[in-house]
Ligand binder design. Structure first.
Ligand code: CU
Length: 746
């Protein structure tokens, strides 16, 4: 090791000599990055200058740039290490040598995807680095263990390791936001767009309780904020997809003054016709229209704190849902966020933030676009038009602080939010001899939720670290609309429909590093998840999957889960692999219980269990060729009904080969899904799903410093297939040629 270190000084001395000996037309910035824990040179560290220029350290930890003289902002990042960023001034005719020590990060629960590849923030062995993101689903789908429910060519709903809906948590910058549609047409991922995102963070299972009580996992979207360091940039992108004649345009722009205040604007428009499934089959009624716009403002208060505001607005209209009996006519959402952040308050008190937020969603859907034949022949309420309306508003407050020294990091968080949700429907008979009717599906449900969450990280030794997560939630719930609550009240005559919950979750995580290559992780969790407002207070919610109407149950108990997970990681400079296994036992599982005829109510069942395994491998074959493999399997069983759990994705594998050469990037991908024959037939009605193989090819070409081109073919073989999580077996897209042109000035 010492020999290695000494040897590294030879090129260093040569560089210094070179710097002194010649009058460089530009200056040279170079240096070495070391692992602060053991002093070894650190390869594959990404160094980004002013967010645009990137380089990666070699095996000796060395990097270099040739630059005009000036002041530069340097970001130093490597997965598993704490990032550094600082400003370097390089006067004319000098040569700057930097020695950088990176601290290994404490045990982190989150997998992260950085959205914009222009920032080159990912290391080459990370399969999630992205170069062609067309929409938010492209991001979510990259995560191993995440699948999507498809009801339309629009806004798919995520599932994590076979858990979904109320079992998982989806937040935007930690803020809660709730769908407005009682048919789950609008997961909140629909209301943010790629140009607003900096990062998506995923935690699987119940081990990360920062944002919510969860038993299935959490997905948090980090929005991109106004940047004080970027005096100006403008980026715009136009794109086209052949499979649905999708036309899209998006832009983002940033302006800042004196490192003092900053403004960021972004927006996008999309228009899609109906799409084609494989074998050229047109899926009628599957087009949509959408726009999204955002404003972000930042103002520094002194050098260590700032005040930040953002707004994101979203509109979509005429969205066809071929898998459902209705289409969304219009949706509108508004997200407001005001945040105060302070850092380095005292040597121990690292961070404080206070955040206020408000968001609201309005959603209209109807079946006016469906044929008279379809309406007369359908199972549910034949001969009736059924326009429905839904709305949700959430306001909240989050206060968080971090206290840390070299060995301990303690984060505390206090949170409060209130959700107000309402939904109703009209029924208009097509023939005049029947009477119209009116129904309230959610009678102004109110959920008041207060929570405290604590996270404690401790570095135990050079080899091991430990993390403890705990969260307590108090939730007070009621329905306020006296006309609307009457029918629900008649189902539960002994209840006033008001309810309160106290839930507590805790998890412990331990990581042990045997040496620089091998580490093992062990996690234990005991947590709960609260019923959703639909599970508590929904009335006559039609489920297209099993053809039942569901009644909410105000006295549902929370689902309780005990989980374990263990994993082994191996990494070297060129090769990285990981194996993970997990098991979860769920008590008071929430599912439908048949009342009579076509009606079900939500009820608790004990017990169900889930277990599974995931594996991944990244291998850098040559400097330009990288190979990725990931695979996962989940097994779920309901012991009450003695049948498999519903909506469990089949075994899956993804194989990717990346080829990068100067300005060219190519990726070939094969996705294999096995058949799913383990299906639920009592709790809901599923059918078996055949397996499939999909091949994709993607590319990106840097045309100039301003222009870049993205192009690719998805589903090259034009396979006709559908996912197990596709509602009513809605097929996936057929062969799709896409093209995007990106322009950036700064
Ligand atoms: Cu809807």
């Amino acid at each position: 090791m010492k020999v290695l270190r000494q040897f590294m000084f030879v090129p260093l001395i040569l560089f210094i000599f070179a710097c002194l000996a010649y009058a460089w037309p530009s200056v040279k910035l170079h240096g070495y990055v070391y692992n602060a824990r053991n002093g070894l040179a650190l390869p594959h560290v990404n160094i980004v200058i002013n967010d645009t220029l990137g380089a990666s350290t070699g095996l000796d930890g060395h990097f270099e740039f040739i630059l005009p003289d000036g002041s530069y902002r340097l970001q130093v990042k490597r997965i598993g290490f704490e990032s550094l960023s600082y400003t370097v001034n390089i006067p004319e005719d000098t040569c700057k040598v930097l020695h950088i020590d990176l601290q290994p990060a404490v045990l982190s629960m989150k997998e992260e995807i950085t959205v914009f590849a222009e920032r080159l923030e990912q290391d080459p062995l990370n399969p999630n680095r992205n170069k062609w993101l067309n929409n938010t689903e492209d991001i979510i789908q990259r995560f191993e263990g995440v699948n999507l429910f498809k009801r339309a060519n629009f806004a798919s709903e995520p599932s994590i390791r076979g858990s979904s809906m109320g079992q998982i948590s989806i937040t935007i910058d930690g803020a809660k936001m709730f769908y407005a549609c009682v048919d789950r047409m609008d997961p909140i991922t629909a209301y943010i767009e790629v140009e607003n995102l900096e990062q998506a963070q995923l935690s699987k299972g119940s081990f990360d309780l920062e944002h919510n009580q969860t038993i299935g996992g959490s997905l948090n979207f980090v929005t991109e904020k106004a940047d004080y360091q970027q005096s100006f940039f403008l980026e715009s992108e136009g794109g086209y997809e052949s499979v649905s004649a999708l036309r899209r345009f998006r832009f983002k722009a940033n302006y800042s003054s004196n490192n003092d205040w900053a403004i960021r604007l972004s927006g996008s428009v999309k228009k899609s016709d109906a799409y084609y499934a494989g074998k050229n089959r047109l899926i009628g009624n599957s087009g949509f229209n959408k726009n999204n716009y955002a404003l972000s403002l930042g103002r520094k208060i002194g050098s260590k704190s700032d005040l930040h505001f953002y707004y994101i607005g979203d509109n979509a209209w005429d969205i066809g849902y071929p898998a459902l009996i209705m289409d969304a006519r219009k949706t509108q959402s508004h997200i407001f966020n005001l945040e105060y952040n302070a850092k380095d308050i005292t040597p121990l008190w690292n961070r404080f933030s206070l955040k206020l937020y408000y968001n609201t969603v309005k959603h209209w859907m109807d079946d006016y676009g469906r044929s008279i034949e379809e309406i007369f022949n359908r199972d549910v309420m034949p001969g009736m038009y059924m326009p429905m309306y839904g709305t949700s508003s959430t306001s909240g407050l989050i206060m968080s602080f971090t206290i840390a020294d070299m060995q301990n990091i303690f984060t505390g968080r206090l949170e409060y939010y209130q959700l107000a949700a309402f939904a109703d429907m009209d029924m208009y008979p097509i023939q005049a001899d029947k009477a119209p009717a009116y129904l309230i599906n959610i009678a102004d449900a109110r959920i008041n939720n207060a929570a405290i969450s604590l996270k404690y990280n401790r570095i135990l030794s050079r080899q091991s670290s430990f993390r403890l997560d705990a969260r307590f939630d108090y939730s007070l719930r009621n329905v306020l609309n006296s006309y609307g609550k009457r029918p629900l009240q008649s189902l539960y005559p002994e209840s006033d429909l008001q309810n309160q919950y106290h839930v507590f979750g805790i998890s412990a995580n331990y990581e042990y590093r045997f040496n620089d290559n091998i580490s093992a992780v062990f996690k234990l969790g005991n947590s709960q998840r609260l019923p959703t407002h639909l599970e508590n207070y929904g009335y006559m919610l039609y489920n297209v999957q099993d053809n039942f109407f569901y009644y909410g149950n105000p006295s549902l108990k929370p689902e309780r889960s005990i989980q374990v997970e263990s994993g082994i990681n191996w990494k070297s400079n060129k090769l990285r692999w990981r194996l993970t296994t997990y098991a979860s036992r769920i008590n008071d599982y929430i599912s439908g219980y048949i009342l009579e005829g076509e009606f079900k109510k939500y009820e608790n069942f004990s017990l169900v269990y889930l277990f599974g395994a995931e594996g991944s491998l990244s291998w850098q074959v040559t400097n330009s060729l990288i190979f990725f493999l990931s695979t996962g399997y989940t097994y779920g069983q309901n012991t009450v009904f003695n049948e498999p759990l519903p909506y469990i994705p089949p075994a899956e594998a993804r194989l990717k080969i990346n080829y990068t050469r100067e300005r060219y990037f190519f990726e070939g991908e094969a996705r294999f899904a096995a058949s799913q024959n383990r299906i639920a037939y009592k709790t809901t009605v599923e059918d078996k799903t055949p397996g499939f193989v999909i091949l994709n090819l993607r590319s990106q070409i840097i045309l100039s410093s301003q222009w870049r081109l993205k192009a690719g073919i998805e589903n090259i073989l034009d396979r006709y297939y559908y996912e197990h999580l596709s509602i009513n077996n809605l097929p996936g897209k057929g062969r799709n040629f896409y093209l995007g042109i990106n322009y950036r000035i700064n």
